[in-house]
Design a protein around this ligand. Sequence first.
Ligand code: SF4
Length: 369
Amino acid sequence: MLLSDRVHTFGQWLKNKHGERVHKIALDAGFTCPNRDGSKGTGGCTFCNNASFNVTVAQQRRNGRSDPLPAARAETSFLGLTGCGSMTVVEPDGGAGARVTVSLQEQLASGRRGIARRTRASKYLAYFQAYTNTYAHVDALRAMYDEALAMQGMIGLCVGTRPDCVPDEVLDLLAGYRDRGMEVWLELGLQSAFDESLRRVNRGHGLAEYVTACRAARGRGIPVCTHLIVGLPGETGRHSLTSLDIVLDIGTDGLKLHPLHVVKGTQLANEWRRGEYTPLSLEDYVATATDLIERTPREVVYHRVTGTAPDRLLLAPQWCAGKWPVVNAIVAELERRGTCQGSCLVRPINGYEGLHRMNTSRPEVVLQT
Ligand code: SF4
């Protein structure tokens, strides 16, 4: 049984819409993030690997300069990245702490070659994934997005970012691409609807920024994919369920779920070594992810149900090294329960607006100390 038999997956959604498989080419356009360069903070999120931070290039971007793009790696070399919106793990250049310099064109070409080796796909999405992909002057962003969209077969963009980093002019730019018939998704990293949890991982924004960004994007017709992390410090599965409920109440078009993993070079790694953070077990993640899927309306598209980290950076939990065992376990759990996405919802009476969650009350949850 496939995940798409029970979950409304992004791959299936793209195939239905575009008549064939569409592949994402993951890109690192050399951005940084306001939670690193001092605008919002300097340490970054406690779970984010910052070994490849490059402030010089990032500052050039913010100033709207058009220097050759620095970059990290083409799609086939990204291991376990989940995007700025959530957990960014960019492999350092041989441990030296600098990004490998690869132009956007080279990344696109490499990504395309990698996909061609595996499939006969001829349609692609440019996935601006690493760090905060709207963190630059709008003219610089336009140049980057245009460069990616100029590649033959490129039908659109997925842009990962923070909720506090999408000003109106950037949203207008993205809406303009969509108006011209391109596929455009804005991926917003929320991670948790609990401000206390966000503070605890030094996220540098709260739920309020997410609400503003989400409404502004969707108000322009830009679909939003919301990133949520399961297993944040102090949270249980009930927090994740509540976060999902809140996200659904606000309105979202897509979801990405990630288990929190501990990688080298992070504050979370220190907490884990000191015994202050206990990673999720595979069984707990599968149970919570399955609960979340059952609670999600069928109209919402799942872009991802788990995330991985590269072996040489992953500290814990070890099961986060592989994607398919986790995906297969979620499918098996859905099968065991005899459920699928949206099973916890009553049938729609008048379309989406008629959907009501069977359990409309939010569980009372408190953060663990
Ligand atoms: S996870 Fe994203 S928002 Fe947080 S520090 Fe890393 S790049 Fe910045």
